[in-house]
Ligand binder design. Structure first.
Ligand SMILES: [Zn+2]
Length: 84
């Protein structure tokens, strides 16, 4: 029997409802929050979650900051899901 296994990301994006100052481009914009959950997949179906990464980034210049889960959830309180 042949198994096709690998890993695949599942990315969820949210947009902040308030503006935030970017330390790179010095503009205020509604930053994007991103949750990147990595799964082990079997036959291209995500089965086991292995790692989750959190980050947010500036919409204007793309400056990115990595977040921990606690900070991410705190920022998520004032954000809405983004359909991509
Ligand atoms: Zn920026």
């Amino acid at each position: 029997m042949i198994f096709i296994a690998g890993s695949q990301p599942r990315i969820t994006k949210y947009q902040l409802n308030h503006t935030k100052l970017c330390p790179n481009c010095h503009n205020y914009s509604k930053w994007i929050l991103e949750k990147n959950k990595q799964y082990i997949s079997l036959f291209f179906i995500p089965v086991i979650p292995v790692q989750t990464k959190y980050r947010h980034y500036c919409l204007i210049c793309g400056y990115t900051e990595v977040l921990d889960e606690l900070t991410f959830n705190k920022e998520l309180d004032d954000a809405k899901p983004l359909n991509t």
